[in-house]
Design a protein around this ligand. Sequence first.
Ligand code: NAD
Length: 485
Amino acid sequence: MFINGEWKDAENHATRPVINPANGEVVTYAPEGTIADARSAIYAARNAFEDGVWSGLAAAERAAYLFKIADKIDEYAEELTELETMDNGKPLREAGFDVADAAACFRYYAGMITKPDGQTYHVADPMQAMVVREPVGVCGLIVPWNYPLLMSVWKIAPALAAGNTIVFKPSEVTPITPKKLFEIFEEVGLPKGVANMVTGAGPVVGHEIASHPEVDMVSFTGGTKTGKHIMKTAADTMKKVSLELGGKSPNIIFADADFETAVDYALFGIYAGAGQVCSAGSRILVEEKIYDQFVNRFVERARSIKVGPGYDPSTEMGPLVSKEHLDKVLSYIELGIQEGAKLACGGKRIDRNGFETGYFVEPTVFVDVSEEMRIVQEEIFGPVVVIQKFKDEAEAIKLANSTVYGLAGAVFSNDGSKALRVIKKLRAGITWINSYHPTYNEAPWGGYKQSGIGRSLGTFGLEEFQEIKQININLQVEPIGWFSN
Ligand code: NAD
């Protein structure tokens, strides 16, 4: 753990094994932080904030640190990519994209923070009113395991750019690349106490961050259930809260779409990251006219996806992140069968030919599903997709919006007006037309409904980490004379 500029074990020296999901082997042991460790980090961040060692710097000086961090991420890109694959299981190809994106995200916010901000208002003489943006203070940042490096950076880069100090908690399952990132922070000489990392259990370290009165804001990415708990916990001290949560996103394919493009992106939408992507297109809705043809082609291609360890360059889909998560995904597949859905392909753990100890699952497709089934309504977060049928535009929209989630969605059609019409009816924050998954540092990321509150990335992502202050200046310094004497 990295607290007040120093590397620390847990105060009671407890550790937790970190497992390589491709083979079940222990890679290393991470400190199992305690409440006392979380408090040390919170006080370090508080002191650094109050001292102004970071918020007091000129924006250009903070930006210089962030540019250096980006350069270091590039310098260590190969090592970070390999570590990410070992830690999370994702193929090297995917991990490489994440590392490049992480560097770009630091550069994006380093550039933004030096640009003009604030506003002035023409109010009645002799007053001058203006608005300035200030850091929120101590920000608690809690992230999941599916993009261990990138999810960390999506929070850390804007939080630091805005002048906050941070207490960061990676997922207990994937602390390795976050640790390397904090080594980079040390290498570029971030002032002590500005960026602190505590590893350990969510209900212990995470809960302490969400509840402690010296934390001004909690920014969380993870499951909706945990998000609700964090929001309730943070309410007691009225923290600013930003939540990026789960999804069950619809991918709508109209009969007039370019067929092979739609199939191709639908596969990418669900099986990239082995389906462990919050915005995964886990419900494919297909117009009745092409439904059978679509299912046949989709299944044919899903069957030929090369599943394997992430470090094998020919692997197209890696393992699930942990034994616990593997069991959860397999139990959803079992549930789907019990609910009466039909397995069109996959459905099993792959545990032969050297895969015995890894957490591999076949790309899985369910058809003959109905709207109320739990496999249609709940986030499975694995390589499991349901393919539903719709007869017209109105039914597609109704089905698309029929879960508690509202994170992402896509439409495939060659009718531009129809595509945009349907996208505008989707109750979701991240959408695509004739595409799935591309994400940009420039564009806001976040969900409607129970998929979250607030936005990451873009200008909106910086604003999450800022307070807004109005300043009213009297240009005629004399008594107001409101009272008679
Ligand atoms: P999770 O909710 O189990 O854990 C996320 C983080 O919260 C971890 O660091 C965990 O230790 C911590 N945590 C757990 N219990 C806590 C508590 N009581 N108090 C404070 N912190 C606690 O999620 P996960 O299984 O790690 O990740 C998968 C989930 O993340 C999926 O639901 C996925 O959709 C979501 N996700 C969302 C986005 C997004 O941008 N919307 C991005 C990635 C992942």
